[in-house]
Design a protein around this ligand. Sequence first.
Ligand SMILES: CC(C)(COP(=O)(O)OP(=O)(O)OC[C@H]1O[C@@H](n2cnc3c(N)ncnc32)[C@H](O)[C@@H]1OP(=O)(O)O)[C@@H](O)C(=O)NCCC(=O)NCCS
Length: 136
Amino acid sequence: MRKLDFSDLDTLIKLDLVLGYLAWSKKQWEASVGRSNFYYSLDLNNRGFILIQDNVDIVHLLKIVVLKSSRRNGVASGLMQELFKYSSKDIYLEVEQRNISAIKFYRSFGFESLHVAKNYYSNGENCMKMLLNRNN
Ligand SMILES: CC(C)(COP(=O)(O)OP(=O)(O)OC[C@H]1O[C@@H](n2cnc3c(N)ncnc32)[C@H](O)[C@@H]1OP(=O)(O)O)[C@@H](O)C(=O)NCCC(=O)NCCS
């Protein structure tokens, strides 16, 4: 994991478009570079990335994205391993409730559902808030 800076920003912005309406604008990405606690890891072949906010008590997994053509090859699992090596804090995340593949992915690492927030996203989708408790 490395601190978010401008070096890979164009690659991250391109990969982020996979998320559709949840993708950040260039402005949002640039603002994130200024945050002291944003870290990312980019797959060696630029097939995907993970982005986190490293808070005092907890890591917030903001995004994990893999190109469609590269899925089910362990790319995202490799990125999660990078995160596990980087920090042993609990990990929190939010995901669209309809995003079954991502939820299955997260559950495969032991993430548990905390709460569903109805009508959370701008398109009216519900949000599942999940936690990986690593400290007990
Ligand atoms: C979720 C996502 C990151 C997974 O990436 P990936 O590289 O395909 O994941 P992996 O190959 O490491 O999968 C690991 C395990 O997760 C589970 N999993 C992943 N995708 C799955 C799917 N579509 N259906 C069921 N299980 C799935 C499986 O248990 C899988 O192990 P297996 O392939 O041996 O069965 C990818 O589907 C993606 O980029 N989705 C779009 C972006 C997104 O929604 N991100 C989450 C919100 S930010």
